[in-house]
Design a protein around this ligand. Structure first.
Ligand SMILES: Nc1ncnc2c1ncn2[C@@H]1O[C@H](COP(=O)(O)OP(=O)(O)OP(=O)(O)O)[C@@H](O)[C@H]1O
Ligand SMILES: [Mg+2]
Length: 510
């Protein structure tokens, strides 16, 4: 393979670590991918460290800098450390089986390397960053969705933009794929913080492929009559077994209207008809009375059924839960996610052929640390991350605080988009618990807005430096939708048809 000018040459190797001396005037950056030509092998490596110095002793350098003495001749040099991650030999690409040799030439990655590294995918995330250039497309495949994802980055690093880019393509790929998006800040519909402002409502398929639910228009109601005692854990994570038993007895006694009826009786009589310890009755009734009327009206309608039908048809659901109290946000999120995940599981178990027709689902969960915190009670989301892979239900856990995600769940996130993170604790958690990231801690701190490192196992087994596409630019490129309608007949054809009709009219009028 030819490339313009080499960046430098190898001056030492040890295991998977390579040092090379960079030529003068070459431009390099942390995380950059380089190619090393080594006989019949080609190696790919990522830049992880750099050092520059001269062959002079420190004291000589100082004296020369002060102008007291002139030393020479001497050489100044820049040595760069890189970690090998891939080897190509006889047309086969695999993990390195050996390392390069002294004086092998080192080149910057090119467009051609992009295709060898197989970085593109059905869902494009952005382009490969190589120093100041953007090379080929980098993306993940649809089959990466059920292998679970995570997006991490501090405030303003570009998480919402990346969510928009990914979900926009899930909408484009409908009905093969479908998205369920929980929007805690209410910003994805209009893209409030994206500049220039644009959100999912500007997606060309928004009206046919997306359903928007918001608590503000009253559409997001969960009728009390649809809540069985089995769902109480989702509504009240701290519920105790005696309260659960009482709930089941009330349910057996009153049927679907049990919450309504028990609340009325309790309000009037200070008790419920079922015998139970006073503390248990009080604890359960306080919980049931705390459900707000606007979100949990006394009816048999639930928006969850409607959302489930839409998901099965490939219509993505954007659920805006901004403005709700945080307990209610958690309730809506857990009830809806578990109803949909349970449907996929049931179909897989009971009607496999129908299950195969279901779109592959990605659930985007912002504030994921609230639901996957090892110190809090378990939620449906840890179950999804750990066991729903085979049902084609995927979770995209989005959070600025990855270190607050349960380790077992974190280990299951096979695709990770890592954006700028300054907190040392979070950076250490990311690099220590993600394969191929052990040398990237400094790099994560230095990423710019919209820059990320992407890993998507098993396809992309190393941290790829990516510039995520900006959603406004994505829209500008994709705004023309092909609705696959037949072409309209040319005007001349219409003209002659009208003339023909006119003459018939004349004939019949006569
Ligand atoms: N890939 C990108 N290219 C160019 N600009 C970007 C890119 N990603 C994000 N931005 C811009 O950076 C700003 C912050 O992005 P964004 O809202 O996505 O960050 P965030 O991580 O979601 O922040 P927060 O944690 O506050 O929600 C926006 O104005 C957005 O337009
Ligand atoms: Mg955001």
């Amino acid at each position: 393979m030819t490339n313009i000018e080499p960046l430098g040459f190898v001056c030492g190797t040890k295991g998977d670590s390579v040092s090379f001396l960079a030529n003068k005037e070459t431009c390099l950056s942390f995380g950059q991918i380089v190619r090393i030509e080594s006989g019949e092998r080609t190696f790919y490596a990522r830049v992880v460290n750099s050092e520059s110095s001269s062959t002079l002793e420190l004291i000589e350098q100082l004296r020369e800098a002060e102008g007291k003495e002139a030393f020479g001749p001497y050489s100044a040099y820049r040595s760069v450390d890189a970690i090998l991650f891939l080897e190509k030999r006889l047309g086969k690409v695999r993990s390195p089986t050996f390392n390069p040799n002294y004086r092998d030439k080192v080149y910057a990655a090119s467009e051609e390397d992009c295709s060898i590294l197989k970085l593109s995918g059905e869902l494009e995330v952005g382009r490969l960053r190589s120093e100041d250039q953007l090379l080929g497309s980098v993306g993940i495949n649809i089959d990466a969705i059920p292998r679970m994802m995570g997006m991490f980055g501090m405030t303003g690093s570009g998480k919402t933009n990346t969510e928009l880019i990914l979900n926009a393509q899930i909408i484009d790929n409908s009905p093969k794929t479908v998205a369920l998006i929980f929007d805690f800040a209410g910003q994805l519909l209009e893209g409030k913080e994206i500049k220039p402002q644009c959100g999912l409502k500007d997606h060309p398929l928004f009206h046919s492929k997306v359903q928007y639910y918001s608590s503000r228009d009253g559409k997001m109601a969960i009728g009390l009559h649809t809540i069985t005692p089995a769902k109480l854990d989702m509504l009240f994570p701290d519920i105790q077994p005696p309260q659960r038993r009482l709930a089941w007895e009330l349910y057996r006694h009153f049927g679907a209207e049990w919450i309504d009826r028990a609340r009325d009786i309790y309000r009037n009589e200070g008790n419920v008809t079922i015998r139970a310890q006073k503390v248990v009755t009080e604890a359960l009734m306080q919980k049931l009375l705390s459900l707000p009327h606007d979100l949990f009206p006394a009816s048999a309608y639930t928006f969850i059924d409607n959302a489930l039908q839409n998901i099965c048809k490939g219509v993505s659901c954007l659920v805006d839960i901004s403005g709700l109290r945080s307990e209610d946000q958690n309730r809506v999120v857990c009830l809806l996610a578990s109803a949909i995940a349970a449907h996929y599981k049931r179909m897989w178990e009971e009607n496999y052929e129908e299950w195969r027709k279901l779109p592959t689902l990605l659930i985007t969960l912002e504030e994921a640390h609230e639901f996957l915190d090892p110190n809090k009670s378990r939620t449906i989301f840890s179950d999804i991350a750990l066991t729903y892979r085979k049902y084609r239900v995927g979770l995209n856990a989005v959070t600025p605080r990855p270190s607050r995600i349960n380790f077992d769940v974190f280990a299951e996130l096979w695709t990770k988009v890592i954006m700028k993170t300054e907190l040392k604790k979070d950076r250490a958690y990311l690099t220590e618990n993600t394969p191929y990231m052990e040398y990237s801690e400094t790099e994560i701190k230095m990423l710019d807005v919209g820059e990320a490192l992407l890993i998507s196992e098993p396809k992309i087994k190393f941290a790829v430096p990516v510039k995520v596409s900006h959603y406004p630019e994505y829209l500008a490129k994709h705004s023309k939708v092909d609705y696959a309608l037949p072409d309209s007949p040319p005007l001349s054809e219409l003209d002659s048809r009208i003339k023909q009709l006119r003459s018939q009219d004349n004939v019949s009028l006569n």
